[in-house]
Write a protein that binds this ligand. Sequence first.
Ligand code: NAP
Ligand code: HSE
Length: 348
Amino acid sequence: MTRGRVGTSAKRIGLLGAGTVGSALCELIGEADLNAAITQVLVRDPEKARAGCVPHRALTTDADAVLENSDVVVELMGGTGLASELMLRALAAGKRVVTANKAVLAEQWDAFSPFLEAGTLYFEAAVMAGTPTVGPLSGALRGSKPQELHAILNGTCNYILGELEAGAEFKDALNEAQRLGYAEADPSLDVGGFDAAHKLTILGRLAFDPALSWEAVKANTHGIGHLTPAIVKEAMEDGGRLRLVGSIYPEEGRWRAAVRPVYLPPEHPLSGSASNRNGLLFKGDAVGEVLITGAGAGAAPTASAVLADLLDALAERPGPRPLQRSAPVPEGYEAQPLGEVLLVGEPS
Ligand code: NAP
Ligand code: HSE
């Protein structure tokens, strides 16, 4: 065993992935006083140079060994293939699983449903990294009937849009977002709006409709690939900003979810989000407007939420509670999808 406290009662953590987030998690675990230790770490290439905090002797390419030698599994490898298979195997074997993988949850929610019901799956880091959203939407905000939600959910796009405002070329801004550890392994998920759509789907299922379909959200998703410094600067002439925003709001008696680049007027609560910072504006009948902002991408902020979930998993506290039935779609409610919002350009 490596990292963390070792003793007869110490729990064994199996880590799937030691890239941007996994390495940062190793560092946080090394500094934390856990009655647990990382036993094995699944990677593609054990010879690759890694941060010193990653327990090198624990690196393996043997996924079965990681599952066998762990009590709790933390999945930080990404993707909807092997990551999903390993998580489901661990969950079926009665282990608690922590993940930051929004793609797999958005696209394969039903497969994970029994474990969501059992409270053995934890995923705060999957949406807005270390800035809490899953917790509030599956907890405190359930006391109000939801009316609408608007959120900046992708740090890479937000960073790129900020760089375009400063006159940078799109490809240079994306390269820098990748260097900073914000982007997905396949950055077309970020730029095409799909990563934000994955996150919006998860939030929608937690607060609006547990049956919200990934395909429906995907069909209403537009990215930022067509934006240029000139388009972004023109929007700024009125004092506002272009941002990629995911929204859920009532329309014609049902919940509608969409992701699109929009013009936010300067007074809009989300227009201040810059760089990798994300923001979520929730409106509920009793609670009114609630604004949550903070870092939405990056190694340390994401690892922070993973560690918080890991603490819950180790203590056997239940994960987020799934929503049991659709929230009523408000009748006669005039949704204000971002006030003076403009959909800019053609879908990318
Ligand atoms: P990453 O840097 O690409 O790291 C992925 C890790 O998984 C690497 O260690 C890689 O091994 C390993 N891996 C991938 N496929 C594998 C396979 N088939 N077999 C064995 N090992 C494999 O990704 P990341 O940025 O840390 O993101 C990890 C997860 O967190 C993703 O689901 C992502 O969406 C999510 N997330 C990321 C952020 C962020 O800001 N980066 C924020 C929130 C959530 P090698 O090192 O050997 O290549
Ligand atoms: N690629 C994601 C983003 C990572 O840029 O927001 C955080 O989920």
